[in-house]
Design a protein. Sequence first.
Length: 284
Amino acid sequence: MSQSSASANQAISLHDFPGPLVLVGAGKMGGAMLDGWLQLGLPPACIAVIEPQPSAEVAALAARGLRLNPSLNGAHEPAAVVIAVKPQNAAEIMPLVAPMAGGATVILSIMAGKTIGFLAKELPPEAAIVRSMPNLPASIGRGITVAVANPRVTSAQRELAHKLLAATGAVEWVEDEPLLDAVTAVSGSGPAYVFLLAESLAKAGAAAGLPADLAARLARATVAGSGELLHRSPLDAAVLRQNVTSPGGTTAAALELLMSEQGLDGLMRSAVAAATRRSRELAG
């Protein structure tokens, strides 16, 4: 059973953030979240970043008050700690996070494959934990993140986690953590499927006689433009597809193959199932 709670980041403000925020890991995804928080009004002085190899952009924020790699011993209890490191680095950073867990602090993880059970073993018993799965478009503020909370998370902590995640796009909440394996397969891995569509369309255009560079430009612009239309339109994808398909026309001829029993629907089901299985395997 899932509970939907999507938000546009334009409707979110972090001007009234209740306390310090600690970001552990400021790579591509962590850096995207940091950019989003600043754009939503979070003062740099409220943020501490733990990142051994900070980008020039993150390092420059220190001049605006952001605390870069500070000692956290005796630090004021943070409102939230966001774990944005690669999952293979989890074992080395969890001892750093553990002393900050508990009390009013919510631990928000975006580490792929690291379950609430894993995090709970590394943190104090009273830790409030939110596990989430963002996706690559978060880097341009157009992502979608799915989150799940453990029973220790209060409504106020959940709202705070929602605001932090909404800085990079829409947010959905589920109650059943195992659903995150399918989420990973659909939205987490999904951008790669879309990029593959652009690749395949370009190759098909070249095979049909177009110059390869022109075919690549046509495919790229078509996929990007169609995605933007889907984003802006209130219509379902199926309706948009129907609207561009004239009976007996060229689009219909192509869709007859793509929508056949051996077509795109079946391939996509198999692909998502394979990614879901692999997500479960990686989560242990």
